[in-house]
Design a protein around this ligand. Structure first.
Ligand code: ADP
Length: 295
């Protein structure tokens, strides 16, 4: 596992990380979630060994250089040559050559779904394809730890699917994946553990299941023109132009409200079960939405 304690990082006067404590178990997908400017990239760059000046402790480098692949947020490829030439370059940087390099390359091109386009110049690639190639380059040497910084930003749905499949495969192979995103749905779908980062601090961390149970809870969502006293006896909060009724027995509550609507002649636009979401956990921890809904 990777232990991080009291990790702080400043850029001149800007505090990017403020006494961060984190435990990242081996062989899981660990999500770092937080708004832009929260400190995710800084943390990843420190883990990747790129930023070397910081305060605090990171156990990753205790026993020499770890087996690690880093996918930066900004795509880093030489676009005037072929995808294959880029792979060759990165392969050599990672100390691979000859038959081993060729075999790994072939496997990676299959994994990222670009075998047919391996010989094409990168200038002919779409943004999503470039992103997949960039990820592939970081995996050539079969690293045990893979760090990915917002790998789906600006990526088309097909490339996004490829990236998700690849991450699931890496997970099955027992790799440790550290994945930063400000898309909660991605973290929910891919990760086992998550740390919420806000303004340089870790506000909470744990398994997704545990955090959902602890903070979000389940409920029933109702939206529409309701009589003033319709929800008087319920514990509610407002959301997306409607109301969430929090309850430990959402099915029972849904049936109760449906019956009540029928009896009182109320026709809501929406009456549905509300499963707990990470977005709600973040809201309950920080009092802010992770991102503007219209963005
Ligand atoms: P995130 O990845 O969550 O968007 P970053 O780690 O990139 O967050 O940034 C954290 C804070 O540090 C922000 O306030 C950002 O403006 C600042 N920052 C990041 N990199 C630099 C840098 N090279 N020089 C000065 N400030 C920086």
């Amino acid at each position: 596992m990777i232990e991080i304690s009291g990790l702080s990082k400043k850029y001149d006067k800007t505090v990017a990380l403020d006494k961060v404590d984190l435990t990242i178990p081996t062989g899981i997908c660990f999500g770092l979630v937080g708004p832009n400017g929260a400190g995710k990239s800084t943390l990843m760059k420190i883990l990747a060994g790129i930023l070397k000046e910081f305060d605090g402790k990171v156990s990753l480098y205790d026993q020499g250089e770890p087996s690690l692949g880093y996918v930066p947020q900004d795509i880093c490829l030489e676009e005037t040559v072929s995808a294959q030439a880029n792979m060759n370059f990165f392969g050599r940087v990672y100390g691979l050559k000859g038959k081993e390099l060729q075999e790994r390359q072939q496997l990676i091109f299959e994994d990222i779904g670009l075998s047919e386009r391996a010989k094409s110049k990168v200038t002919t690639y779409s943004g999503g394809m470039k992103r997949r190639l960039n990820i592939g380059c970081a995996l050539l040497h079969s690293p045990e730890i893979v760090i990915m910084d917002e790998p789906t930003v600006g990526v088309d749905p097909q490339s996004r699917r490829h990236i998700f499949e690849l991450i699931r495969k890496l997970k099955q192979e027992g790799k440790t994946i550290i994945y930063a995103s400000h898309y909660m749905e991605e973290i929910e779908g891919l990760c086992d553990y998550v740390a919420f980062i806000d303004r340089g601090k870790v506000v909470e961390q744990g398994s997704i299941e545990e955090l959902l149970t602890r903070y979000a809870g389940s409920g029933v969502f109702i939206k529409g023109e309701l009589p003033d006293d319709f929800l008087d006896n319920e514990e509610v909060f407002q959301k997306d132009g409607g109301f969430v009724i929090k309850t430990e027995k959402p099915l029972e509550k849904l049936a109760f409200l449906a019956k009540k609507c029928e009896i009182e002649g109320v026709e809501p636009n929406q009456l549905s079960l509300m499963q707990p979401r990470l977005e709600d956990v973040f809201f309950s921890l920080t009092g802010t939405e992770l991102r503007d809904k219209s963005a």
